[in-house]
Structure formats: structure tokens, C-alpha cells
Design a protein around this ligand. Sequence first.
Ligand SMILES: Nc1ncnc2c1ncn2[C@@H]1O[C@H](COP(=O)(O)OP(=O)(O)OP(=O)(O)O)[C@@H](O)[C@H]1O
Ligand SMILES: [Mg+2]
Length: 633
Amino acid sequence: MSATSSKETLGFQAEVKQLLQLMIHSLYSNKDIFLRELISNASDAADKLRFEGLSDSALYENDPDLKIRIAFDREARTLTISDNGIGMSRQEVIEHIGTIAKSGTREFFSQLSGDQKKDAALIGQFGVGFYSAFIVADRVTLTTRRAGLTSEHGVRWESEGAGDYTLETVDKPGRGTEIVLHLREGEDEFLSDYKIKSVIRTYSDHITLPIVMKKTEWKDGVETPTDEDETVNKASALWARAKKDVTDEEYNEFYKHVAHDFEPPLAWSHNRVEGKQEYISLLYVPSHAPFDLYDRDRRHGIKLYVRRVFIMDDAEQLMPAYLRFVRGVIDSADLPLNVSREILQSSRDIDAIKNGSVKKVLGLLEDLAENQPEKYVEFWNAFGKVLKEGPGEDYANKEKIAALLRFASTHTDSDAQVVSLKDYIGRMKEGQTAIYYITADSFAAAKHSPHLEIFRKKGIEVLLLSDRVDEWLTGNLHEFDGKPLKSVAKGGLDLGALEDEAEKTAQKEAEDAMKPLVERIKTTLGERVKDVRVTHRLTDSPACLVTGEGDMSANLERLLKAAGQAAPTVKPTLEINPSHALVTRLNGESDEDRFADWANLLFEQALLAEGGQLDDPASFVRRLNGLLAMLPS
Ligand SMILES: Nc1ncnc2c1ncn2[C@@H]1O[C@H](COP(=O)(O)OP(=O)(O)OP(=O)(O)O)[C@@H](O)[C@H]1O
Ligand SMILES: [Mg+2]
């Protein structure tokens, strides 16, 4: 590229324009945070340089002392934040400053309501980053040069934060990025040494890099910068400090930096581990789910450091997928500095660190559940569905994870997931040996399922599972505390000691009496069912469908098919309620055609009641209308 390339004007991506407008208005009351955001970016840029510098020391260009510098110019009314980190190439400037590459951006914008208060909270969750500079500046000039490129490859980006920005190629001798904020009218408070220092100490004290400013002295009643530098922040790795020396505010601000989050975390665990593996971990549980929790390309997980040197972001080997919401830092004393993702994958040291860290997180959650139940509810609502992936993924910690799970149940009949398996066991009836559950594709379908009738009648609690992941969970979690988990919609119902002799005899009698009817229905339905039998799970409904003990549940079959996956079609067993009026009526029906209509209707309504879909809805409607027409007028 030629060094004389002239200025060009480029338009912002539509979302950037929207974000800018919204942010300036809705974050005004919190405007100090722009400095935190810019310092956070400068610190990330230094981390990246340190990392790339491990394999290419030439990138340091004889300027090895990484730092962030802040200066202000009262006359020009500018505030300047500069770093000697990795910098950006022209292409990187276009990609990073001018577009939002974040996954979930579109969903985010679709959630905005136009109500400033609500949107301000949302924007905070989304992350405001670089653009927050426009809260206080009406013009921002960013000059940068990528480490490793020669000085004529500097780039100057400038914008007034409206629709577009300009780009030009400039000469920049020092690598890194310099951002000049031309302050808006009325923002002169940021032209004060005292104000800037206090913002830095509030939000950015934990930054590992020195943040330097020129010392000032008072001359003729005016605060004037001298030539002498001073470091404003502590500039030591927060996680390496002793717990007692770190305040809650510092933990909170550090979290916001590592997690790129605007809200404080819910809880954290800070540990120094010694022994075979020596490392420090500082692990946080966020208070809300990020936009990309279910996105495969999500970023920002655990940051890995080796002896204070940043090695990589989102080191997925350090946390299993079901704990992917955990944020923080792990700093190893033993790993080699040149550790790569490939090495991490097969490293025993890493496995040991991961196992230790998982235990810490689970311990933190146990503690939260026990001692701060309101916070645990918050956690569960944000991340419960992800934690439910755990028993299938982490065999060794299955029981621990299971103890942390929360469900909706017939005990409250509300969709709030608050019942633990321990609570459930504590309420089990005398003679009850299993933990009963039902899966369905919505809470309402689960709650109103005919399969629950006998359980409701007998006052036996049933867990109501309607999250997609519940099928995966129940496929992997077969027991808890020695009690098997049993679906009420699978297999023959054996309530064992929960039924008395009289009930058992009555059932046997009903079965014998209904034998001919059962055979007739079976012949009529043919291929539609695997079997037909008399049930005692129903009290109000005429019929229901069940699948075999080892078969895939009908709900899972539907979920898989809806996701476009091949799922075997499992034939259900139709169970009929011998004491229901419809069934007795059917028993007395002598007209074969009418009998067939009734029998098919019975099957079809059972399918509908559990959330299934009819293969041939038109025939169902025709049958139903035919029968309705027979009603006496
Ligand atoms: N001082 C800097 N040096 C080098 N690159 C930078 C600098 N500031 C910003 N960038 C680049 O611009 C990108 C966008 O920054 P921005 O702060 O908007 O988002 P982010 O830091 O990636 O995430 P967050 O929204 O959590 O801050 C960064 O990811 C980085 O690639
Ligand atoms: Mg940022």
C-alpha cells in the first residue's frame, strides 16, 4: 500500500450507528465508564503483544516496557489514551472499529424497546466497548500501527460518531494505538488530573499494566503537568495478591474487565493451589447469561496466564462445556510459556488444573445454594439449562451436579424451577422407591399430562420437565442418592407398595373384564400401536400413550425430528381407562365402523394430549364431526 493514500470516508455498519445513538443517550448518567473501556482495550492489546512476542521478539521494537499513558490538554480540550500494545493494521481497523463482529448482535438489537431505561441495562449487558468514547467526545481520532509493520503503515481513523468515519494512512513511529477524545461541550471535568486518577482507581486499578500520567504541580493557581511520569494504578496482577488485600469492589471491577461484562458478578472463588500443580485461579459466576451462551463460536471464557504472562483467551480446555458461563483467570506456575492450544489438549497438567477448577466452581455453587438461596435462584434462571448438560458430560461429578439441579414439580405446580432432588426425596411417600418425572415440550403440556392423574390422586410428587435439555439430562442421570429416576410415561406402571391389595385386585378384575375390548381395539388400530392395555394411571382421561422402558420418549423423538435429525419412530402403547364413560360406551358398540372411529379417536386424542401431532389431522376432524353429529339435538 502506498504511504500517500489519501483520506477515504467509510460508512458505519447499520448496527454501529444504532448502538452509538442509543449509548450516548442511555449511558450518559454513567459516563465515566468510557475510560475503563478504553483502558481495558489497551490492556488487551498489551496482552496480545506479549503473547505474539513470545515467538517473535522483534515485535517489541526496542520498546519492551508495555504501558498505558493518559494525558490531557486543557487548551485543545482533548484527552489522550495511548498504548504500546499490538496496534492494528488498516484492515483490522476496518474490521474492529466500524463493525460489530459480536455474535448475537442481531438478536440484541431486536430486543431493544425504545425505552431508554430498559435499553440502558441491555446495552450494558451487550458491552459498549470502544464506542463509549462518544459519550463524552464529539470527535474521536484513533491513530494506530500494528507491531511488526513499518512506521509508514500507520492508520488514522476519525469520526464524529454519526454515520461515517474517515481513514488515512499516516506515519507512526511508535507501535500501538493512540486515541484522542475531543471532548463535548460541558465535559471539562475530564481535563483534571484528580478526576482522571479517581476514575482510574475506581475502575481500572486491577489492570496489570502500569497506567502512567505526567505528575502535575500547581503553578500560579493552575494545575500544570511536569515532565515526570507517575504510575496511577497498583499495576500488579490482582489474582496474585492475597485475598485479604483485595476488596469486593476490586474483584467486581476486575470481573468486568476479564468478562467484558457491565454488571457485577454473582459470586467468585479465588484460590492459590500448591502441591503437584501450582497455579492461581480466580473464577467468577456472572449474574446474567451472555447473548452468545448457546453460540458455538462464543468467546471470552477463561484467560490462561503462565507466571503472569497472558497466553490465551477462552482456553476451552480449562472448563468443561457445561460450565462455559464461568469467567476468570488461571495462572499456572508450571506450564511452558510457549504452550499452544494443541499442547493444552493433551496435557495432563491441564487436566489436573481443569479438575481442580471444576471442583472449585461446583463448590462455589453449592455454597451459593446453601447460604444465599436468592442468589442461587438468579444463577439457576440464567444458567440452569447449561448446568443440566453436566451429568451427561462429567461422569465423575455427576452426583454433585445432580444435587445442584432445580426443577418444577407438581408440589408447587408452578413453572419456577426451585425443587432440588433432595427436597423431592424428603417428600417421598412411605413405600415410594423412585423419583418420578415427566418430560414434555412445554410446561403446560407437562403439568396437564394425563399421565399424572394417578400421581395427583395419590399425592405423589412428579417433576415436570420441559426444557429441551431435560431429555438429554434424563438420558444420562438414572439415579440420585440411590433412588432411580423414572418417567411416568414409560413402561408399565408399577406403584409397588404405594398401592394396597384392594386396589391391585380391582385392577386385575378390570383387566380381565376388558380383555375382549382390548383385543378388538388392538386389531382395529393395527400398525398404529405396539400394544393396547388397561391402565390404572388415569382417573379423568379415557386413554394415554406410553413408550417402552428402554425406548426413546415421544417428546425426544419429536425434538429430534423438529431439529431435522433422523429418529426412529417408536410405536407407542395405548393404555385405556376402564372406568371412563367413553371406554364403557366403546365396549358396548356393535357397529364395526363406528367402533373403528371411536378407537382411532381415542388414540388420536391421547396423542394430542401429550403434545404430539397427528399424521392425518383431516381424518381426525372427520371422525370427530361424525360423532358430534350423532349427539341428540
Ligand atoms: N487499543 C487498542 N489496541 C488494539 N486493538 C484495539 C484497541 N482498542 C480496540 N481494539 C480492537 O477493537 C476491537 C473492538 O473493541 P471494543 O472495546 O469495542 O470491543 P471488545 O474489547 O472486543 O469487547 P468489549 O465490548 O467487551 O469491550 C477490539 O476487540 C480490538 O480488536
Ligand atoms: Mg473493549
